[in-house]
Every structure is written in structure tokens, then in C-alpha cells.
Design a binder for this molecule. Structure first.
Ligand SMILES: Nc1ncnc2c1ncn2[C@@H]1O[C@H](COP(=O)(O)OP(=O)(O)OP(=O)(O)O)[C@@H](O)[C@H]1O
Length: 586
């Protein structure tokens, strides 16, 4: 089956678990069929007075031994089938996670995190249900139904079987129909739950904004609405369950009624024995479950397949940026001269019609610092992301030491690049682990030095737990500037050949910014730095400054040269000087 293509390896590895599980399940079903027969025979023997006390005890013990075997085999199929479905859940989760990690940045631009989380939870769970309880229900509904009906009609009475079974297909139809309704309502319950959780999380994350805008009452109302909606959908689900179970009981009761009335008459007429009627009624009771299972299994498998299709879509997505044929075996970027050259580079984002970069030409010699300034949306971050090969370059080229970056393994390039993004993202672990993210085995001395270079050492030492301070929700909330500096330390500890600071000093005051840049000059003296900033004070010492507008370089040169030019850069500088002066006066 096409839809199972991504599960081939799992099926190969676990095929025997399922085969053994299903065989054991069939053994259990068969054993279950023996007990009513024994009870029937005992009843008949008691009726005719042809059985002794010892024989009754013997049959009772036999039933007990069968029950023990059934218990043991039930344990076995549970381990084999339900256990394998849990392994499948783990296996799929790891596969999806690994696959997502390998996809290019563009994939995540168009997918909501919530949707990906849903695939990782609800969809995987639905597939697990199909491969666990689904397999059991399918086996039971096929085997138990056929075998029980077979035994009832061949060994007791085909007419009675036919008449007593008439209501049971209605049971299967009702369970199928209501099962679909339950799925729909269950989905609504899940959606309203996720909506309520989102609301709660957002309220607590934004509590400062809520309080400062005195929106507590309104927020409470919004939360109550979400909570009420959750209760409303849950009640609808409860109602359907409330209807379904008595309905099942009612239909099963009609079957019993038919069996008792017609079967009772047959006993009176001597066409079947009393023991056979007792066995028949027990078999009938056993049939209720597979009849319900038929209804459930259709839904469980339908849902599982739909989820598997959604998961397949993710697993079929191919990373857009990969090492192409002819990539050179460069393990360390330092094997190349660090001369970066950009020629006629133009770039459009995938699915975008407009150019984010137009005809960029640059030359950055080893050890030099390139600074990029410009209005928001002018293409600064885009240029930085192309150094990291987050996207494929379609027009023009970037080369390092004369080698086109497409010929350098992506891993080598990214390992050698220290990238600090605009939004400082820290993991919810210790500061020390955040800084040593690229290599957990780095010495503490290196971690300290990286923190010193990024001027965050004193801040860290002022926390009670120092470098062991947990960052984020469960720990200390770092200020924006502290986060930015920890994230700079994380890039510096890599000892990068190229350092890219993407407007990552915006939350740091001018003095600290100067201190960081001074330290960086020492650390990066033989390496290349690219600094993107809105603040001219941060970049005025750069070897080359480019001013970007609408994806183009509109001015370029050193600070002094650009001031002399009297263009956009010089205007921006004057504006910022004025702002600084005003701030000082205030
Ligand atoms: N993933 C994306 N898909 C499509 N267009 C994008 C994407 N990211 C950015 N853009 C567009 O590309 C242009 C350049 O964006 P970029 O982020 O490079 O600007 P920037 O100069 O770094 O801005 P800022 O200073 O505000 O960070 C903008 O018009 C932006 O809307």
C-alpha cells in the first residue's frame, strides 16, 4: 500500500511481533469459544443427573485452567501488538523529528509551529491507534465473528443463530455512524482545548502588557469564553456517548430477547437442550464486542490512514538546500583563504515575485569587517542568511577563497560561521549550556572567556547560580540585552572563521556596545566579521560600510568617505547624533 511506504522499515523489523500477536489473539478467541460449550455440557449433565460432584469440580478446574491460558495469552498479545504500536509511535516521532531537522529554513517559513506539533502528537497517536487497538479490533471482528457464528450455527441451531443475529448488524451500523460523529466532536474538543491552552499561555506570557493596559477583566472574559467553549464541546461528546452505550445495550438486549424466547421454545419442544441454550446465550454475549469492534475499527483505521497521509506529506518534503554533486571535500573552512567575494548576486525568496537583493557585488578581505546598514526591509538579513546558505543562490555567486559556496559542504560552512540572529533565542537550560551549545565538551574557561568577550560575564556572576542559572520559563528571566550578549558568547565560543552579527546589539546600551565591539576587534582580527546594525556608532570603524535600500547597495565606503558623500548614510548619522544629544539632555 502506497500510504504505508514510510513504515516499510518498521514493518520489516516488527513483522514477527505482529504475526505472533495476531496468532496469539486468535488462540485466545478460540479458547474463549470452548468455555460456553463446557458450561452447556455441564448444565445438560446436571439436568439429566449424569454427572458426579467430582466431575463438576473437574469441569470447573478445566474452565479455570482455560481462563489462566486466556489471561497469559492476553498478556502476550498486549505486549506484542500494543507494545509494537508504542514502538511505532516512538519510531515515527523520532523519524519526523529527524526529518524536520534536516529540512531547509524555507519549509518552516510556511508552516505553523502548532501544526507541526499537532502532527507530532495527534496524528502519530491516530496512527498508533490504527496499528495497536485497530489491529486487535480487526482480528477480533473478523475471526471472533466468523468463528462464534460458525460454532453457534453448526453446533447449536442455524435457525436460532440467524434470528438472534438479525439485530446485531444494526449495532455495527450504529457504532460506525456514531463513531464518525464522535470523531468529529472529539476533534472539536481537541481544537477548543488547544485554543484554551493557547489563550492561557498567551495571557501569562503577555501578563505585563495585560496589566499595563488594565485588561485583566477583558482577558478573564476571553479566557472564560474559551473555557466555556471547551465545556460546550465536551458536553456534546458526553451526550453522544450517553446515547450510544444504552443504545448498544438495548440492541444487544433485543438479541438476547429473541434468543431467550425462540431458544426457550426450542428447548421446550426438545429441538435443543437447555445446556445448548445456555451456551448459545453466552456466545451471543461474546458477539457484542466484535460487532462493536467492526464499527470502531472502520473509524480507527480511516483516521489512522488520514493521519498517516498528513505525516507522509511532511516526510516527503525534501530539503531545498543540500550539498550538490561536485561538492569539495573541505572539512575546515580555514583550509581556504578567507577572501569573501560576492558577484552579481540577486535573490528572490521562494514563492516571492520581488527581488529581496539586487545585483550585489562585494569583496571582503581576510580579517576585514563589513558593515551593513539600511532601512528595515532593505535586505540586510537576507544577505546574511545567504552566507549561511539558508536558501539556494539562483543568480550570481558568493565565493570564499575563490571557491563557490555551493562547492563547500553546508556543514563545514555553518560550523565555521558564528551567526547571531536579531532575536536572541536561548534554550531553557543553564547559561553555561547555552553558551557551549555548539560543543557540550568545551572547557569552563572557554565559556567564561566567551562571556567576557561579549561583556556579559559580570551580569552572569551577579546571578545567585552564576553560570548554572537556568534561563527561561523555569528560571531567571534575562533582560533583552543580556540575552543578546549570551547569544553572542554562543557564537564566539565556536571560534568562527566568519562572524555575522545581525542587528544583535539593539538592546544593549551604547557603552556596552562599544566594549563588545572593542573585544571583538581583538578576537576577530584575523577573521571576517559582518555586522548588521541600525546604529552607526556600532559600525563606524568597519573596513567597508554598505548602505542598502530596496535590496541594492546604494552607498559604500569607509565612515569618513560616506560622511563626505553627504548622502543617506550621512543623513542617518546626523539624525542619530541629534537623537543621542537629545537623550543626554533629557
Ligand atoms: N522568508 C521570507 N519570504 C519572503 N520574503 C521575505 C522573507 N524574509 C524576508 N522577506 C522580505 O525580504 C525583504 C528583505 O527583508 P530582510 O529581512 O532582509 O530586511 P532587513 O533589512 O534585514 O530588515 P530589518 O532591518 O527590519 O531586519 C523584505 O521585503 C521582506 O519582507
Amino acid at each position: 500500500m502506497e500510504v504505508l511506504r514510510h513504515l516499510k522499515d518498521f514493518m520489516k523489523e516488527n513483522k514477527w511481533q505482529y504475526i505472533v500477536g495476531v496468532i496469539v489473539l486468535i488462540i485466545v478467541d478460540t479458547l474463549q469459544l470452548i468455555t460456553p460449550r463446557i458450561i452447556g455440557n455441564v448444565v445438560d449433565s446436571i439436568g439429566s443427573g449424569t454427572i458426579s460432584n467430582g466431575q463438576v469440580l473437574y469441569y470447573a478446574l478445566l474452565i479455570m485452567i482455560i481462563a489462566c491460558f486466556i489471561a497469559f495469552f492476553r498478556y502476550m498479545w498486549r505486549i506484542k501488538i500494543i507494545g509494537s504500536s508504542r514502538v511505532l509511535e516512538f519510531w515515527m516521532r523520532s523519524k519526523i523529528f529527524k526529518h524536520l531537522e534536516g529540512l531547509s529554513k524555507n519549509f518552516f517559513n510556511y508552516r505553523k509551529t502548532g501544526d507541526l506539533m499537532a502532527h507530532a502528537t495527534n496524528d502519530i497517536q491516530a496512527v498508533r491507534m490504527a496499528f495497536g487497538p485497530g489491529v486487535i479490533m480487526l482480528t477480533d471482528s473478523i475471526f471472533l465473528t466468523i468463528a462464534t457464528i460458525g460454532v453457534m450455527s453448526t453446533s447449536i441451531s442455524p435457525t436460532l443463530t440467524l434470528l438472534a443475529l438479525i439485530p446485531l448488524p444494526i449495532l455495527a451500523i450504529i457504532v460506525t455512524f456514531l463513531g464518525q460523529k464522535i470523531q468529529k466532536r472529539y476533534k472539536l474538543v481537541q481544537e477548543s482545548f488547544s485554543n484554551m491552552s493557547d489563550r492561557t499561555q498567551e495571557s501569562f506570557t503577555g501578563i505585563r502588557v495585560i496589566k499595563s493596559y488594565v485588561q485583566e477583566e477583558e482577558e478573564l472574559l476571553r479566557f472564560s469564553n474559551a473555557s466555556e467553549e471547551y465545556v460546550f464541546h465536551n458536553m456534546k461528546l458526553v451526550r453522544i456517548f450517553g446515547f450510544m452505550f444504552p443504545m448498544i445495550g438495548f440492541i444487544a438486549a433485543i438479541s438476547f430477547l429473541v434468543a431467550l424466547y425462540i431458544g426457550g421454545n426450542m428447548v421446550i419442544e426438545g429441538r435443543i437442550s437447555l445446556g445448548e441454550l445456555v451456551a448459545f446465550i453466552t456466545y451471543l454475549g461474546m458477539l457484542t464486542w466484535p460487532m462493536m469492534a467492526i464499527g470502531w475499527v472502520i473509524n480507527v483505521i480511516q483516521r489512522g490512514l488520514a493521519s498517516l497521509k498528513r505525516i507522509n506529506e511532511i516526510l516527503d518534503a525534501k530539503p531545498e538546500v543540500v550539498d550538490k554533486k561536485g561538492v569539495l571535500p573541505i572539512e575546515n573552512l580555514n583550509e581556504l583563504a578567507m577572501h569573501i567575494s560576492i558577484k552579481n548576486l540577486s535573490f528572490k525568496y521562494p514563492k516571492s515575485e520581488t527581488y529581496a537583493l539586487r545585483n550585489i557585488n562585494l569583496d571582503i578581505k581576510p580579517g576585514e569587517t563589513l558593515a551593513i546598514v539600511g532601512k528595515t526591509g532593505s535586505g540586510k538579513s537576507t544577505l546574511a542568511s545567504l552566507f549561511l546558505r539558508n536558501y539556494n543562490i539562483e543568480e550570481g555567486e558568493i565565493s570564499i577563497g575563490g571557491v563557490n559556496v555551493e562547492k563547500i559542504p553546508i556543514k563545514t560552512l555553518r560550523k565555521a560561521t558564528g551567526y547571531v540572529p536579531q532575536e536572541a533565542f536561548l534554550f531553557s537550560t543553564t547559561i553555561s549550556q547555552n553558551i557551549a551549545f555548539s560543543d557540550p565538551n568545551l572547557s569552563f574557561e572557554k565559556i567564561e572567556n566567551a562571556a567576557k568577550t561579549a561583556s556579559v560575564y559580570d551580569d552572569i556572576m551577579s546571578f545567585p547560580q552564576k553560570f548554572q542559572t537556568i534561563v527561561g520559563e523555569k528560571g531567571v528571566t534575562l533582560s533583552g540585552g543580556q540575552k543578546q550578549r549570551v547569544s553572542i558568547s554562543r557564537a564566539l565560543i565556536k571560534d568562527p572563521s566568519i562572524l555575522i552579527l545581525d542587528d544583535c546589539l539593539s538592546a544593549v546600551d551604547t557603552k556596552t556596545e562599544e566594549a563588545i565591539l572593542e573585544h571583538l576587534q581583538d578576537v576577530m582580527k584575523d577573521r571576517t566579521s559582518i555586522i548588521i546594525s541600525h546604529r552607526i556608532s556600532a559600525i563606524k570603524n568597519a573596513d567597508e560600510i554598505i548602505f542598502m535600500e530596496d535590496g541594492e547597495i546604494v552607498e559604500r565606503g569607509k565612515h569618513i568617505e560616506l560622511l563626505r558623500l553627504g548622502g543617506r548614510y550621512s543623513d542617518l548619522y546626523k539624525k542619530q547624533l541629534l537623537e543621542e544629544k537629545l537623550e543626554e539632555e533629557v
